[in-house]
Design a binder for this molecule. Sequence first.
Ligand SMILES: Nc1ncnc2c1ncn2[C@@H]1O[C@H](COP(=O)(O)OP(=O)(O)OP(=O)(O)O)[C@@H](O)[C@H]1O
Ligand SMILES: [Mg+2]
Length: 588
Amino acid sequence: MMLKTVKNKVESSYIVQNYKKILPFVKPYWVRAVIAMLITIPIGSMDALIALMLKPYMDIVLVEKSTEATAYIPILIIVFSLVQSSLNYLATYLNTWVGRKIANDVKIKLFDKLMDYEASFFDRKNSGEIQFRFNNDVDTACNGLISNLKKFVTRIFSSIALICVLLYNSWQLAIIALVVMFGALYPLRTIRKRIKDIMKKTVFSGAKVMTHFNEAFNGNKVITSYNLKNYQNKKFKETLQSVFTLGIKMVQRTGIMSPIMHFIISVGIALVIWYGSYLIASGEMTPGNFVSFLAALLMLYTPIKALGNDFNSVIMSLMAIERIFELMEDIPTIKNSENAAVLDKNVSSIEYQNVSFGYSKNRFSLKNINIKIDAGETVALVGNSGGGKSTFASLLPRFYDVSSGKIIINGKDIRDIDLYSLREHIAVVFQDNFLFSGTIRENITLGKENVSQEDIDLAVKSACLEEFVAELKDGLDSQIGERGVLISGGQKQRIAIARAFLKNAPIVILDEATSALDNKSEAVVQRAIDNLMKNRTVIVIAHRLSTVRNADKIVVINYGQIAEIGTHDELIKREEGIYASLYKAQLK
Ligand SMILES: Nc1ncnc2c1ncn2[C@@H]1O[C@H](COP(=O)(O)OP(=O)(O)OP(=O)(O)O)[C@@H](O)[C@H]1O
Ligand SMILES: [Mg+2]
């Protein structure tokens, strides 16, 4: 009864709960996992056999001084340890194999999940946190899972077998030994409570360390030009110091377990020796029994003394599992609705109806936007910086969902359109385009298969990249470096435009596509953009009003609201109008 309650308190339900979650991932490899588990039975039980052998050895050889019957013992010992260590090797191999496979599968599933997340998820998280939770946590969880599970199962079987040896040798002493053993386990139940808070902070700090590295990488030019070396060093040191402090705190809180357990166990051994000597003296126990008992007891207690530390890492890996499944069970907010329809290839109209949107709850970046865009029209958005132009555009491919109102394409709320199909219909050239490491070709085709060389050439020509590509030794197959660091800003922008050409989507969004250019290349890119806009429905955002003159509609978005709509000629006539004054200012 007492044993049972103590065992329950060692958080068995927490352990079982979390191991259960990982079970579906073990399933594909269950044969190997089971074999690995079964192997631990003999490994664990063999310890007990050695202890058991000590009794006949003691009683026959040492007491009766006969050697014939036990001549085989030295050979047996060698055979035993050979078998045991070979099995150990096999178990380690299988466990590692299964563990790594599981870790891979979990990472693949999490990465898939990561790809599903909406823009606001990435706004909230920093890159370090993502690396930490999606990669390091999985390693912690799976490595812990393998090594600890093997250790634990081996120990359980070795404990059971050793307890049998104890009982066989003397039931009275066995009872003393077991009561002490469960007493020593008792403090373990508080471990999780002790480390939970620190673990959380450790994960946070660990993620921060990663972020430092990411910023050193991505921000190296800013760091160099502002002489931020010392500043960055200082911040990095501080973060490391906080990781250190947390690590020490963890040891302070859990390290105390070890002396407590040592103490309880030494009391147990003392009691056994005291009472055992009495049993031998009174002839109730042979010396062989006693030595065998003592050997089994020491074998049983040694791992228990280390259990404090092992249990720590078990709890840590369980907490990592908990965090992983938090992510897995989290549902992205922007996803396909149940009866999502596929969008028709021909887009006939886009309509924003009373659209309001805020990145956070009570701060609206767009208010009551109403506008209808017909097929083939070019709509230009102008207005103050931070006014909401990019936000307006990012609602259409559902990077974010509207807070109220709706956006309608071909008479359908975009939330009822299949996400993949919706995004297939929209090509976006961003203010700041992301290029992948790889070649120009890869960055234009973006994994699209069955693209003909003619299509690529046409896209390159239309994006006014021909001349640039011709200069390169490897042409389209030239590497552009991570994030495109090896090419210029204007070249990056034209690659992004070539992408949009190849995508050949009926709707095009251009966000400041000429912002990074000098006048001459602006003319070149402008030609590329004019090509791209032909026969498409276009939303174009530009600060330079020369680029928007020819738009069918110009929409002035000021502080989140539509202030004016009209053609260039109409708007220019309004003496007090925002567009007219912007235009005049730029002419000067
Ligand atoms: N990811 C985001 N999270 C929170 N707020 C944002 C985010 N992106 C933009 N904002 C805020 O929303 C408002 C509108 O920003 P938006 O980028 O749409 O302006 P913009 O008109 O495109 O400006 P610019 O001409 O400078 O590009 C701004 O106040 C901005 O600070
Ligand atoms: Mg913008």
